[in-house]
Design a binder for this molecule. Structure first.
Ligand SMILES: [Zn+2]
Length: 203
């Protein structure tokens, strides 16, 4: 099975058919898809001006989409390397990590569903690398009251998510499923309240 970089070369190769270049880009998402496969594809298409179902797109737009994905992957790989090194040092010194960040890393190792979205069509509009940086900062700095990606919210508890996690707090503005560990207990209990109660609470 080809790795991400080999697939990226196929996307760039002008001797390949446009269809093969597009297929190679989609296969890159099997290796790295921060929002999950479908949501990441939809995001890249929207930002690069590609129609998601167009089998013969402009190759220049495929490259724009690939570059955005590569930039985000570089951010993530640098963080994984830094995290692994920190864990190694802490293990050596006999220090244990807090479990929340460990759990996030177990789930996202390899780069899929780092920032899962509740539905494939609703995801942050910012550049993928910026969104990853914001999530990494939130994980590193501990719980807050707002959405770690857009700071707008409101955050609403949902029990009807299509894939893992099947329930959780979702930002109504940018569509991400917010990891429990980046929200304060107050923000979580507000998210669990019915919508009309939150309105009266001034949120
Ligand atoms: Zn948000």
């Amino acid at each position: 099975m080809a790795g991400f970089r080999a697939l990226a070369r196929e996307v760039r190769n002008p001797r390949n058919s446009t269809a093969l270049r597009r297929t190679s880009l989609r296969k890159c998402l099997e290796r790295f898809a921060p929002y999950g496969h479908r949501a990441t594809w939809h995001h890249l298409c929207a930002r690069a001006g590609l129609a998601p179902d167009d089998r013969g797109p402009d190759p220049a737009r495929l490259i724009i989409a690939l570059e955005e994905l590569e930039e985000a992957r570089a951010v993530w790989l640098a963080y994984e390397a830094e995290f692994a090194e920190r864990r190694r040092r802490e293990k050596h010194d006999g220090i244990r990590q807090p479990s929340a960040i460990d759990e996030w890393h177990r789930r996202t190792w390899g780069g899929c569903d780092i920032v899962p979205c509740a539905t494939p069509l609703h995801h942050p509009t910012a550049r993928l690398a910026d969104v990853l940086r914001r999530m990494i900062t939130a994980m590193e700095s501990g719980p807050g009251d707002d959405c770690p990606i857009c700071s707008q919210g409101p955050i609403e508890w949902r029990d009807d998510l299509e894939r893992y996690p099947l329930s959780g707090p979702v930002c109504a503005t940018c569509g991400v499923v917010v990891p429990l560990s980046v929200l304060t207990p107050e923000a979580l209990s507000m998210a669990r309240r019915p919508r009309f109660e939150r309105r009266y609470a001034g949120v």
